[in-house]
Design a binder for this molecule. Structure first.
Ligand SMILES: [Fe+2]
Ligand SMILES: [Fe+2]
Length: 330
């Protein structure tokens, strides 16, 4: 049967670009505000012990370096985002204010618990000071910036953390072969990042509600490009530094971290689409419905807790393996 123009399926528009109409009201995300999950700081405490092995992600130095390089910058990075949102707590409507307060509580927990993980990295022999210096430099760059500049930078960074977190929840193979304590830390962080993914954006939308739409679009697009450049360069340099401490040369490291990140199934490759979605006019983080991902992450966390409590392997979360085990280092 021939398709009429009114029933033609949309074969070409990917999910994130399903509504390219620039006139789409930005106040109508796929998951409206009253249907989004509650933002709850779970008060999680990470294991304060030593790493079970130096390369704790499948004994692979490159995948391990990716997670370690992120963790090394979280304490100062999360603190920057908390401080960027604090000036807006009393400038937004009551409902959003409660979300900002919950956001701050969650991020404070992330800074604290990644501090604990970072101690374990130092205990394993890593010097994370060079990575810490980089993030302190980033924060210092914004020291005298306006509240609006810091809010916009934070809103863009939050998109980064949200899409990486959603990727970890969607494709569990990234944490395959990782011991429960470490999986729990990263799953917990991922769940809370996705949970509050719309908060900084909604504050920014409120703060810029009187702006010309073109100025709004250009402002956020410019900041996203700048934040992306900084994130990509500095996190890559961080991984190369950690791999140098493992005894690998910079060229080997660069080649292998790019392969790990942007090869088939890599985190960087998989988040390219969600990253680009930010540039769609009318974008909102909750255009993408991540509620099932959150439920899956919560179930995994419950499985780990049940296993720890002695309920046996049957109740433990079994990681989904969408593709075969990934190995970056030859
Ligand atoms: Fe966080
Ligand atoms: Fe966050």
């Amino acid at each position: 049967m021939a398709l009429t123009s009114s029933v033609k399926p949309n074969f070409i528009a990917p999910v994130y670009f399903g509504r390219m109409d620039a006139t789409q009201p930005s106040s109508l995300p796929a998951v409206p505000a009253d249907a989004r999950p509650s933002i709850v700081a779970r008060g999680f405490r990470a294991n304060q012990g030593a790493l079970s092995q130096r390369h704790w992600v499948r004994n692979d130095p490159c995948f391990t370096a990716f997670f370690n390089a992120l963790s090394a910058v979280f304490p100062h990075g999360e603190t920057f985002m908390i401080k960027s949102l604090m000036p807006w707590v009393d400038r937004v409507p009551a409902g959003l204010k409660a979300q900002v307060e919950a956001f701050i509580e969650q991020e404070a927990g992330h800074a604290r618990e990644h501090g604990a993980m970072n101690k374990a990295l130092v205990g394993a022999g890593y010097d994370i000071e060079p990575l810490d210096r980089k993030i302190r430099g980033f924060v210092a760059f914004f020291q005298d910036a306006s509240d609006m500049v810091k809010l916009t930078a934070t809103m863009c960074i939050e998109h980064f953390t949200a899409i990486i977190a959603a990727e970890l929840l969607e494709n569990r193979y990234h944490l395959d072969g990782v011991e429960d304590e470490m999986r729990e830390l990263w799953l917990w962080h991922a769940v809370e990042e996705v949970e509050h993914k719309g908060v900084a954006y909604d504050v920014w939308k409120h703060a810029t509600k009187d702006w010309n739409p073109v100025k709004r679009y250009l402002w956020r697009s410019f900041f996203m490009l700048a934040v992306t450049t900084s994130f990509f360069i500095n996190r890559s340099l961080g991984q190369i530094e950690l791999l140098r401490q493992d005894g690998y040369g910079p060229l080997w490291s660069l080649k292998n971290i790019m392969q790990a990140g942007f090869g088939s199934g890599g985190i960087g490759r998989n988040v390219l689409g969600p990253w680009a979605a930010f540039f769609r006019p009318g974008f909102h983080p909750w255009d993408k419905d991540d509620r099932l991902l959150l439920a899956g992450g919560e179930a995994d966390l419950a499985g780990i807790a049940a296993k720890r409590a002695g309920y046996g392997k049957a109740l433990a979360a079994e990681p989904q393996t969408n593709i075969g085990p990934m190995t970056a280092a030859a």
